[in-house]
Write a protein that binds this ligand. Sequence first.
Ligand SMILES: Cc1cc2nc3c(=O)[nH]c(=O)nc-3n(C[C@H](O)[C@H](O)[C@H](O)COP(=O)(O)OP(=O)(O)OC[C@H]3O[C@@H](n4cnc5c(N)ncnc54)[C@H](O)[C@@H]3O)c2cc1C
Length: 386
Amino acid sequence: MSFIETDEQKSLRAAVAGLGKRHNYIDYVLPKARKGEALTELWHEAGQLGFLGVNLPEEYGGGGAGIYELALVQEEMSSFGAGLLLVVVSPAICGTIIAKYGTPEQKQSWLPRLSDGSAIMAFGITEPDAGSNSPQITTTARRAGDEWVLRGSKIYISGVDQADAVLIVSRTEDAKTGKLKPALFIVPTDAPGLNKTQMRMDIIEPDHQFTLFLDDVRLPAEALVGEPDAALMQLFAGLNPERILGAAMAVGMGRYALDAAVKYANERTVWKSPIGAHQGIAHPLAQCKIELELAKLMMQKAAVLYDSGDDFGAAEAANMAKYAAAEASIKAIDQAIQTHGGAGLTEEYGLASMLGAARIARVAPVSREMILNFVSQHSLGLPKSY
Ligand SMILES: Cc1cc2nc3c(=O)[nH]c(=O)nc-3n(C[C@H](O)[C@H](O)[C@H](O)COP(=O)(O)OP(=O)(O)OC[C@H]3O[C@@H](n4cnc5c(N)ncnc54)[C@H](O)[C@@H]3O)c2cc1C
């Protein structure tokens, strides 16, 4: 693992920064988010520029690079406040799973469109009753002749209104009891029997969350991703990229807030020197800088491990990266608000609204507490309490 990015990675970073600057938080993202509108123009431009599919195979229109590069894209966009939540699900989770485990037809049909952003695939694993205990999901797929019939419900599923399909994690009927034996299905968002209801979330964010009811949704046999017996591997293949991309978004948002705080601390003078000269302002910002850099380093380690083909080995680093990035970004945004004084709570600066959005990373895709459980049990060898 090298700490020095290649010229290609550096120029990708610079190109993404150009796009982020033109679609920055204050001028573009926040006004859209306040109206509850998706960042459609940004999504399509990022797709056309090849940023969304940077991790997907070249033969299907992708960039042929890895999760490292997709995380780089997400971090850089987020550093302008222009991170795209659906990058975490569409190219990172769904694209990765289909590229690794999809049938040739699924690859042909989905990967070129996920790569250029002309199609979006949402991801649905969370259920109202199972919550963090995802092995307890009850959405069930039953075989009926040539078809699969799906029944169950999902909650908090992001971007269903923008998506062409949802990758639904279910269990097959014969695996209803016992250990989770998942099966992943590509469910078109217009499939009869799939009912979506937008949730009333209290965060200012351009993407919406949905509850889904799958009321005997009938799907052709080819809607099943890959082989049913490989589904646990499929899930692992997608969940580490999800955590790494969540970390990237958090690191980027933290960078955005820190930049804003430093700019303000250099400009604002209420005594004889700028407020940034006071250590009460400077030191917390220096701490945020250190913590963001450390989180980024762990994110890069996780991405390198993952791209080296070690799906299981990347799990510890991916969990730690998501934890560290969420905590560092929430702290940085909170400190940016404090640095701005009253201005930090005005609409003009948009920092208070970003704090709400940044809090998502402490809960999703896996909560802070479940990561601490993972580290307690797997890294430290402590007993499981639940
Ligand atoms: C904005 C947003 C977008 C999302 N997008 C998606 C999506 O696109 N697709 C999708 O499938 N899901 C999505 N989710 C769901 C998300 O993954 C879950 O909210 C998350 O996994 C936590 O589940 P829960 O909300 O049911 O919390 P619960 O499981 O009910 O947990 C509640 C609290 O208890 C704690 N807790 C639970 N069990 C333990 C334990 N054993 N030890 C210690 N503490 C514990 C949790 O950490 C948490 O603090 C999204 C959520 C949000 C908020």
